[in-house]
Design a protein around this ligand. Structure first.
Ligand code: DGY
Length: 321
């Protein structure tokens, strides 16, 4: 069909997403899945009507200011938009969307995996069996922290946080949370609200981070806030690496203040923090919270729904700028 909008998809997406995109757009794909430099993003923006990037493509103020006039919408394949300078996009009049809701189940699954894995010493156990080093069993062997019935603090009871709370209730955990404002009872369920972050930290035997990375939340878990946690707390982060001061976390794990951590996000990605490898109490995954076949399709389709609405002259459902 003539006059299809030209769409650039900088990363390799699910086959179903790419097939639908190719049906409805003149699509430029990246089968090699290479990472695009800021120069490439700027160059491509002069030749395409829309871009469907992931959180790996950085749209800072400089990139957005140099983007071509032709690109009118950036439809992200992510719920997080900390890789986008939204103010710069607004100034340029370029529409930006994200993909909320559809990755909440998958991300909460990984948060529970990390929470239980950190509590029950999954890294050490796996290493022992895998390396043929499991030579003994005794009641005092590899004893961990029970999750069932304990208290879970959640920073950010948004969509992912609420699914995490629901899963935690399956383990009879008592859920507490801190948000900027209290949620209505139907969203809060029986979670206990703490207007004050320190008050939440003081009761959080387990703590899971589910807030977006913003200038206000950067480093929300640092030496001072970690000191407010109960001794032997277990920390989980499936949101963004920027939320944690990693050297403070390392110190707290080394001192035993924190008994374990489950991390899917790091300050430096890809790569992570090599210093964490010295601690088997830190259970790590490479930012795969949303990496399931179902969720990849759902994220791709949600981004395409936003593009379809935009090019049909309607307001995209998930507009963030
Ligand atoms: C998100 O959607 O923000 C996830 O971190 C994957 O990009």
């Amino acid at each position: 069909m003539a006059n299809k909008p030209v769409l650039w998809i900088p990363r390799k997406l699910s086959p179903n997403t790419e097939a639908r995109a190719a049906r409805d757009y003149e699509v430029l794909l990246n089968p090699e899945d290479t990472l695009s430099s800021s120069g490439k993003i700027v160059a491509m923006s002069h030749h395409v009507d829309a871009i469907l990037p992931c959180h790996s493509e950085i749209f800072d103020a400089d990139v957005v200011s140099r983007m071509g006039k032709r690109t009118r919408i950036v439809a992200n394949h992510s719920v997080g938009v900390d890789h986008c300078d939204l103010e710069a996009f607004r100034n340029r009049g370029i529409v930006v969307t994200n993909t909320p809701d559809v990755l909440s189940d998958a991300t909460a699954e990984i948060a529970m995996l990390l929470l239980i894995g950190a509590a029950r010493r999954a890294v050490e156990g796996d290493r022992l069996v895998r390396n043929g080093e499991w030579s003994n069993w005794s009641p005092s062997f590899l004893v961990g922290h029970q999750v069932t019935g304990k208290r879970l603090g959640i920073i950010g009871l948004g969509k992912v946080g609420r699914v995490m709370a629901e899963r935690a209730r399956g383990f009879n955990m008592e859920v507490h949370y801190h948000n900027r404002s209290r949620l209505p009872p139907d969203l809060e369920q029986d979670a206990i609200y703490h207007a004050d972050l320190d008050s939440l930290l003081a009761v959080s035997r387990f703590l899971s981070l589910h807030c977006p990375a913003t200038p206000e939340t950067a480093g929300i878990l640092n030496g001072e806030t970690i000191s407010k946690l109960p001794d032997g707390a277990i920390v989980v982060n499936t949101a963004r690496g920027a939320l944690i001061d990693e050297s403070a976390l390392l110190d707290a794990v080394a001192s035993g203040k924190i008994a374990g951590a489950g991390l899917d996000c790091f300050a430096t990605e890809p790569g992570g923090n090599p210093a964490f490898s010295a601690h088997e109490k830190i259970f790590m995954l490479p930012h795969i919270g949303s990496a399931t076949f179902d969720t990849r399709d759902a994220m791709g389709f949600r981004a395409l729904d936003n593009l379809d609405a935009f090019f049909a002259g309607r307001e995209p459902r998930d507009r963030v700028a």
